[in-house]
Design a protein around this ligand. Structure first.
Ligand code: SF4
Length: 711
């Protein structure tokens, strides 16, 4: 795009999209990004995918918000939101910053004072910086007065984190993606890395070329399957059956790593009893994989010198998501495949900073660094550190907050006011009709974003914020690498940095914060967060980040290079051992039936990221994938009398949409796949809000739908 044209400056930053965390150089001319190159960062070594290379122009889109907006009196909140409608002036008027901030904070404070702290909630963002996430949760906890703070981790890996904290004492990865090059076998399960973590997928493909055995286990056969040694296309909703059958095989055939289990694990006897009834010969009818193939893959996993598991939301977004992840922990542990180079557990993180936002405490049951809010010692440490009293009860999670917004007036915990920074629950939540009704029912909604998103459309006050290239701050990628992004361009109009906005609201809540310095005190905020995170990032000072650009945690001191592999000698659990937790078969909440005979699986596309608020406004990306499609395999299309490209109506018990059908023979029989980035056919109108009881994650990967051709 930039060719040989001259640029004013080149600025080192990080890609704003997925959790791989590729380092980029922005090429800037006349305060506009005109090109992006990959840098030699630890996760990408100069590589970029199509989003990172061509998805930058959203920052210059004419839809960018330039002035604060206030809803006009008497204009109803229409849950049938429209994107960037030319009608925005019928709904909002422009306002000064003082007016908008006074109104935003004043009404939230009023609700808190009249109805109590639990009447407010905050959704922060995994798209922002660590410093923004840290200050956002601090504002909710110390200003709003409760732990009703959450973000999109609840919708992606909350169940993985629940299982990991329970099993190994840490919610982050044990080994970095690049370790696939050291693995003899890599199990990719419930993940579509060529679309969702494309540069990470290139390391997997390189490893396969060099002889690593890739095993793809997934109801959908995706592109990484072309590089796989074995593909296990198991039936949707049967993860536990397949994984327990593999564990059963390893134990029954005497392949378990007895030395590892005796020295470093607890509860093995319960696990062995738990998988006893899961012989592959019993499970093949359940999961659809022949017993001999299950045994073959289990043996290869157990006998490999090194074996690694990478997983995505195909594992986590189920009512049994925590059980699925428990099985992965158990599988690695019985085979002794953890704590070594090329051996371990890697939940691939979705958004650019979902790891960092979780680390910073943007979750309702955890303070920074995963200190439980109901742990007396942690609670008292943070009360002392922040100089104020704190709520000691976990707050509500994303979906629970939506339910509470529609609770009767008599409910003392009814949520009446909300502050949303950079998230778009009116597109990302399950059962969107319910979620949009909940947002519309709020007495006061403040939305801070760069576009008039579907959520902002329902706001009382809209605060125009900065896009990623317009700010300086840190993000933490899927590999636990903290990286520095630097401001490349100025924001449009009167849009303001998110860090400034949070501090302005905090001041109006009477909080005595003081973060001096450039870029709204980002270095001072980081240094406070570093103290709050104790030993995790103790050795990653702001000065060091300025010099080195990226450092892996845990990092205990300034001369510590950071630990790329953890659990090498012990686990950060109470007894230093991995806790094995057996999982039984729990079926999906809404199986297909005669009325709704197909399974809906939702996910992402290579070109579009999450709710599409950025990538749908990127010229190149939206030109490649401009239309919402429902994907079925050729057999299903023939059975239903459909041809690719035909328009259909898709319905669930909760909603309906119109779209075209596309053929992809990797989609399993009896299923339909839809991306959730398209507002004109929002897949989450159909999805089910049933929750995993441990991670409180909704079941985006499994609900019942029906499909009918349009005349
Ligand atoms: Fe950006 Fe992820 Fe693509 Fe890397 S792989 S360029 S981080 S979207």
């Amino acid at each position: 795009l930039v060719g040989s044209q001259k640029v004013d400056r080149e600025v080192k930053s990080v890609c704003p999209f997925c959790g791989v965390g590729c380092q980029v150089t922005y090429k800037v001319r006349d305060n506009k990004i005109v090109g992006v190159d990959g840098r030699d960062g630890p996760a990408n070594h100069d590589r970029l995918c199509v989003k990172g290379r061509f998805g930058f122009d959203y920052a210059h889109h004419p839809h960018r918000l330039r002035l604060p907006l206030i809803r006009k009196p008497g204009v109803p909140k229409d849950p049938n939101v429209q994107r960037d409608s030319a009608r925005w002036q019928e709904v909002f008027r422009e306002a000064t910053w003082d007016e908008a901030l006074d109104l935003a904070a004043g009404r939230l404070k009023d609700l808190r004072d009249r109805h109590g702290a639990k009447s407010l909630a905050g959704f922060g963002s995994a798209k922002g910086t660590n410093e923004e996430a840290y200050l956002f949760q601090k504002l909710v906890r110390t200003g709003f007065g409760s732990n009703n703070v959450d973000h999109c981790t609840r919708l992606c890996h909350a169940s993985s984190v629940a299982a990991l904290l329970e099993g190994v004492g840490s919610g982050a990865v044990s080994n970095q993606v690049s370790d696939v090059g050291l693995a003899e076998l890599v199990l990719v399960i419930g993940s579509n890395p060529t679309s969702n973590h494309p540069v990470a997928a290139t390391w997997m493909k390189n490893a396969a070329k060099a002889g690593t055995k890739i095993v793809l286990a997934d109801p959908r056969i995706t592109d990484i399957g072309k590089h796989a040694w074995r593909v296990l296309q198991f039936k949707p909703d049967t993860d536990v059956a397949l994984l327990n059958a593999m564990i059963h095989t390893i134990i029954e055939e005497g392949l378990a790593d007895r030395a590892f289990l005796e020295a470093r694990a607890t509860n093995f006897d319960a696990l062995r009893a738990g998988v006893h009834a899961f012989a592959p010969e019993q499970m093949e009818a359940v999961c659809g994989i022949p017993a001999a193939r299950i045994r073959e893959v289990a043996r290869a996993f157990a006998t490999a010198k090194s074996a690694m598991i990478l997983w995505g939301m195909g594992i986590s977004q189920h009512v049994h998501g925590t059980d699925n992840a428990r099985c992965l922990i158990a599988l690695c542990s019985v085979a002794g495949q953890i704590g070594k180079p090329g051996s371990g557990l890697h939940p691939l993180r979705g958004q650019n900073n979902v790891q960092g936002a979780s680390d910073a405490g943007l979750i309702p049951m955890m303070l920074p660094n995963y200190q439980r809010v109901d742990n007396a010692q942690a609670h008292s440490w943070f009360e002392n550190f922040w100089g104020t009293s704190l709520d000691a009860k976990p707050g509500y999670t994303v979906v629970e907050i939506m339910h509470k917004a529609l609770a009767p007036d008599s409910d003392p915990h009814k949520v009446r006011g909300m502050y949303v920074m950079g998230e778009n629950p009116a597109m990302s939540d399950p059962d969107l009709n319910h979620a949009r009704d909940a947002l519309a029912a709020l007495e006061h909604l403040v939305v801070q974003d760069i576009f008039l998103t579907e959520t902002a459309w329902l706001a009382d006050v809209v605060l125009p914020a900065t896009a990623w290239p317009e700010k300086t701050g840190t993000v933490t990628n899927t590999d636990r690498i903290v990286q520095l992004g630097r401001k490349a361009i100025d924001p449009p109009g009167e849009a303001k940095p998110d860090l400034w906005l949070i501090q302005q609201l905090a001041a109006r809540f009477g909080l005595p914060w003081h973060y001096p310095g450039e870029d709204d005190g980002v270095a001072a905020v980081y240094e406070e967060m570093r103290q709050a995170m104790h030993e995790a990032i103790a050795g990653i000072t702001w000065d060091r980040l300025q010099r080195e650009g990226s450092v892996t945690y845990p990092c205990l001191g300034e001369d510590d290079p950071g630990q790329s592999i953890v659990f090498t000698t012990s686990f950060p659990t109470s007894d230093g051992r991995v806790h094995l937790v057996p999982a039984g078969l729990v079926r999906g909440d809404e199986p297909p039936d005669a009325e709704f005979p197909l399974v809906l699986i939702t996910g992402r596309l290579l070109e579009h990221w999450h709710t599409g608020s950025m990538t749908r406004r990127s010229r190149v990306l939206d030109a490649i994938e401009p239309t919402a499609t429902a994907t079925l395999n050729g057999r299903e299309l023939r059975r239903l009398g459909l041809a690719a490209g035909q328009r259909v109506q898709l319905q669930s018990r909760r909603g309906e949409l119109l779209c075209e059908v596309r053929r992809d023979d990797g989609t399993p029989d009896g299923s339909v796949f839809m991306p959730f980035a398209f507002v004109e056919a929002a897949a989450n109108l159909l999805t089910n809000a049933a929750l995993d009881p441990f991670g409180k994650i909704p079941e985006f990967k499994y609900c019942a739908v029906r499909l009918a051709a349009l005349a």
